[in-house]
Design a protein around this ligand. Structure first.
Ligand SMILES: NC(=O)c1ccc[n+]([C@@H]2O[C@H](COP(=O)([O-])OP(=O)(O)OC[C@H]3O[C@@H](n4cnc5c(N)ncnc54)[C@H](O)[C@@H]3O)[C@@H](O)[C@H]2O)c1
Length: 451
């Protein structure tokens, strides 16, 4: 029987084993998805905490969609290990879902892709033809540039001992309509037959379109530009949120009016962009464009707008407090929410952090309440409230995250315990007329400050 035919047969009979290296926000739901699709799964991570929690059936991520769905460790199809070697030995396909952050000088940090690749390739034996698929977000060219030299150094042969491919993860943590079982996938691989094999495999994971798109760099580029496009669209409305208040116009009124046109895309301004994707991935594209000598001016400009949005908001808040007679040195501000995303406990790259830093530098003191996070998720110079009912004597509340819990707090009760009745809607999700009616003085991103 041909190799491809045997591989297909293994998919159909569910004899195929899939390893997932990196069990974070992306890797864990992916591993669970393949398990639920009937395959044998080997989940690998280097974090003892992550391994311990998953083995106990606990969710180590802040994605609520993973709560209560972690398979029981006693099931023979669900294997959780720190040993890449064991997982690779037992698996046909190895998916890599490790972090791809930026360094402190905003350059791509590819060390996780390199290190995980090395540990996988070292575990591959001759003639085993393991398929290693990178799912982490990277710029076009990374998978081959980083992995092929390592494969060569180890004396492994592509097509005989190992195959490499790229299939970006696109699901949205905390959004059960766009989970790993629902989103469309694209697969890049220099060998079209392997690409088709992977289409067959991923079609068992997701109910959506799975497509072979040709060479690896096409799939890599597709993923990175998806997030670049979001950053640019959000950058535009954030820039408008800085311009229009100076023309005495509320940006939301403008966006609502413009949205009545059939081809206008509606985005909402906010205190900034967070998470492991949107504020990170554009730097990958910028770096690649820079390397080949083509300026990525639009991408760079949008990134700069979003990156500096928390500083802009901090200056606006300072102005409001000054006008209301609150001295910066004794002003107390309450953040409602800290996570970068509603209903998800994920503080990575949250704009709350630079906003708090900037306000702290101005002399204000900052407290925060986020029912989706642990106290250890906050920086040490921010006072953490574990119960919103304990909030008192604040001069201003700022809605940072549109968590349901933050939007549905007892506004009358909080108002009674405030020093000043000031609320700033950093996400444009609050009913400001209603808040005014009960006694709050309201402010919002992109809205003129008024008198
Ligand atoms: N979070 C998202 O919403 C999202 C969505 C789509 C794509 N992505 C991309 O997916 C990738 C992973 O992101 P994430 O949010 O899951 O990151 P994460 O930090 O939540 O998880 C990564 C996991 O990899 C583990 N790890 C690191 N090095 C390892 C190694 N050598 N061997 C084994 N495990 C290792 C870490 O311990 C961690 O548990 C990134 O490239 C990201 O850009 C993320």
């Amino acid at each position: 029987m041909e190799w491809n035919e045997a591989f297909s047969k293994k998919i159909v009979s569910h004899e195929l084993s899939v390893a997932v290296v990196g069990l974070g926000y992306v890797g864990l739901p992916t591993a669970i998805g393949f398990y639920e699709s009937g395959f044998n799964v080997w989940g690998v991570d280097i974090s003892e905490r992550t391994l311990r929690m998953i083995r106990n059936g606990e969710n180590p991520t802040g994605d609520p969609d993973v709560d209560d769905i972690i398979p029981d460790i006693s099931n023979s199809r669900w294997n959780i290990t720190s040993s890449v070697n064991d997982a690779v030995e037992q698996s046909d396909v190895i998916l890599v879902t490790v972090p791809t952050p930026v360094t402190s000088d905003l350059k791509p940090d590819l060390s996780y892709v390199r290190d995980s690749g090395i540990s996988i390739f070292k575990s591959i034996t001759k003639n085993s033809r393991k398929i290693v698929v990178l799912e982490s977000t990277v710029y076009p060219g990374v998978t081959e540039e980083i992995w092929l030299p390592e494969i060569e150094k180890l004396g492994l042969e592509i097509g005989k001992d190992v195959e490499i491919a790229y299939c970006p993860e696109r699901f949205n943590p905390g959004d059960s309509n766009h989970g790993v079982r629902q989103v469309a996938r694209v697969i890049g691989c220099s060998n079209p037959l392997i690409g088709q094999n992977l289409v067959e495999l991923y079609s068992r994971l997701t109910s959506n379109d799975v497509r072979y798109v040709g060479k690896i760099a096409v799939a890599e580029a597709a993923k990175v530009i998806e997030n670049v496009q979001r950053d640019i669209n959000i950058g535009l409305v954030n820039e408008l949120a800085r311009i229009f208040p100076n023309l005495d116009i509320d940006v939301e009124d403008v966006l609502n009016a413009a949205s009545t046109k059939w081809n206008f895309h509606r985005y909402t301004p906010g205190v900034g962009v967070g998470g492991h994707c949107i504020p990170v991935d554009p730097y990958y594209m910028i770096q690649r464009a820079h390397e080949i000598g083509v300026p990525a001016e639009l991408i760079t400009a949008a990134r700069a707008v979003n990156h500096t949005m928390p500083i802009h908001v901090s200056n606006v808040i300072n102005e409001i407090l000054y006008k209301q007679g609150v001295p910066a040195q004794s002003g107390k501000v309450l953040f409602l929410g800290w996570s970068y995303k509603p209903q998800v406990g994920d503080p990575r790259e949250t704009p709350a952090s630079p906003l708090a830093d900037s306000l702290l530098k101005k002399g204000l003191s900052i407290s925060a309440w986020d029912p989706h996070l642990q106290s250890s998720d906050f920086p040490s110079d921010v006072e953490v409230l574990t119960d919103i009912n304990s909030a008192e004597n604040f001069d201003m509340a700022i809605l940072i995250t549109a968590h349901k819990e933050c939007m549905e707090i007892d506004w009358k009760g909080l108002l009674q315990k405030m020093n000043m009745p000031l609320i700033y809607d950093g996400r444009r999700v609050l009913d400001l007329d209603n808040l005014e009616a009960i006694g709050w003085k309201t402010f919002a991103v992109g809205r003129p400050l008024g008198d």
